[in-house]
Design a binder for this molecule. Structure first.
Ligand SMILES: Cc1cc2nc3c(=O)[nH]c(=O)nc-3n(C[C@H](O)[C@H](O)[C@H](O)COP(=O)(O)OP(=O)(O)OC[C@H]3O[C@@H](n4cnc5c(N)ncnc54)[C@H](O)[C@@H]3O)c2cc1C
Length: 391
């Protein structure tokens, strides 16, 4: 393989390009905007910076947030002191840092939109508005609104949620997470350097309804939004069947980050999985033990082992967690109440929040920590397979 093209320069593409170029691969990255304020909370979990410490060891502006307030209807608010802070960036700063790292590693960075992609005898011909280029392999990193229809995940409305919000010129020290009645999603308030990212994500609800819910919350909390910048985007949230049929790789290409649907279907965390998949994709592309024909299968297997099996399991839990009931109350209400009362449950939530508790290990952890009837009820809740209306 002589040249790899990376299509898209968000966290997934930039990190894949950095890894490929650092290993000596001739790498060209295309992004139509390069660094930009992509609609996002910008929150990075402990899992992300534990794996990639450069995410905190740098001069780029960022906030370390040590407290989260979690609230649910009927349960009030509970405060969680985070053992491991959440790190929050503006996306303009994060993207710029990652692109600069890629360039320093030797990747060629081009500000251009890929308008067409065509398979040739030896690889690919890529077209921008003004030029064309041949490449042996493509890493597709064009995000959730991937315009290249023949490559990447085919997202259906069942496999996405709307996510929208405001950048508000205000300050606060803690993160707010607010659950809402009958919403498969939540509201967040993330403090960033100099402003807040206030947003809502939700599955199965029109964007206007979500916006109305968010604005009602902001009015109630007296968070001004009249002159604030509004943002809105698609967030992949694959339903369980979609993980099995996910078009994440094919002859001569692999998809990374949102273009591969690689987002936590419960929390909406995508930054870590964007970078992780970029890293895994680069390993497969560089591996000499895989022939070009074997690379798509090798990438799928690596993703599955690393995190996709866990996210697939999470996708079966998502609806139950947001809109299910447990002990005659909503699950979010019970979660907030248990966090207040049980240090062990609080620990569990902390670990889920920091990304160190996989969904696949929840059952074992509950078995170790809960007893008697509560355990039985929790197990039935967690393991029952059929929930009315669940896809
Ligand atoms: C409102 C919202 C809040 C979120 N909050 C968080 C959060 O707090 N924490 C978290 O972990 N995740 C969050 N996410 C998810 C996170 O933003 C994404 O998972 C992440 O940006 C995925 O990175 P990516 O590189 O795959 O895609 P993107 O960041 O979308 O990058 C794709 C890039 O491809 C470029 N591109 C697209 N098409 C072309 C083309 N044809 N030619 C050239 N370039 C092209 C675009 O310009 C873009 O720069 C949030 C998402 C939303 C919508």
């Amino acid at each position: 393989m002589k040249r790899v093209a990376v299509l898209g320069g968000g966290p997934a593409g930039a990190f894949a390009a950095e890894r490929l170029a650092a290993a000596g691969m001739k790498t060209v990255l295309f992004d139509e905007k390069l660094a930009w304020e992509k609609p996002c909370g910008g929150g990075l979990t402990f899992k992300a910076y534990q794996k990639y410490p450069f995410l905190i060891q740098n001069d780029t502006p960022k906030r370390f947030v040590k407290t989260t307030w979690m609230a649910a209807p009927g349960a009030g608010v509970t405060r969680m002191s985070l053992r491991q802070p959440m790190v929050i960036y503006s996306r303009l700063d994060l993207n710029r840092m990652l692109l600069e790292r890629a360039e320093r590693s030797g990747a060629q960075i081009e500000k251009a939109r890929i308008t067409h992609l065509e398979r040739t005898a030896s690889g690919w011909r890529l077209n921008t508005r003004t030029a064309s280029l041949d490449a042996d392999f493509c890493v597709v990193a064009t995000g959730a609104r991937n315009p290249l229809k023949d490559v990447g995940t085919q997202l259906t409305p069942h496999d996405t949620m709307h996510a929208l919000g405001y950048y508000v010129s205000a300050e606060q020290e803690h993160i707010d997470i607010q659950f809402l009645p009958q919403l498969e999603g939540y509201i967040w308030v993330f403090p960033r350097c100099g402003h807040l990212s206030v947003g809502i994500c939700g599955k199965g609800e029109p964007a206007q309804t979500l916006r109305a819910r968010l604005e009602a919350y902001m009015r109630e909390k007296e968070i001004p939004f009249k002159d604030a910048t509004f943002y809105s985007h698609v967030l992949p949230s694959l339903a369980k069947p979609a993980w099995r049929s996910n078009r994440v790789a094919g002859p001569g290409w692999v998809a990374v980050g949102d273009a591969g649907g690689l987002v936590d279907p419960i929390t909406g965390e995508g930054l870590y999985y964007a970078m992780r998949s970029g890293d895994l994709a680069s390993q497969v592309v560089l591996a000499s033990e895989h022939s070009p024909e074997e690379k798509p299968g090798a990438y799928r297997a690596l993703l599955e082992r690393d995190f996709a099996a866990d996210l697939e399991f999470g996708s079966a839990l998502a609806k139950r967690i947001f809109v299910g009931t447990f002990l005659l109350g909503s699950v979010p209400k019970r979660m907030v109440q248990f966090m207040r009362r049980s240090p062990r449950f609080n620990d569990l939530m902390q670990d889920l929040f920091s990304g160190t508790q996989p969904y696949l290990g929840l059952k074992e952890r509950l078995l170790r920590n809960l007893h008697g009837t509560l355990l039985e009820t929790a197990m039935n809740f967690l393991l029952s397979r059929v929930v009315p209306g669940e896809t």
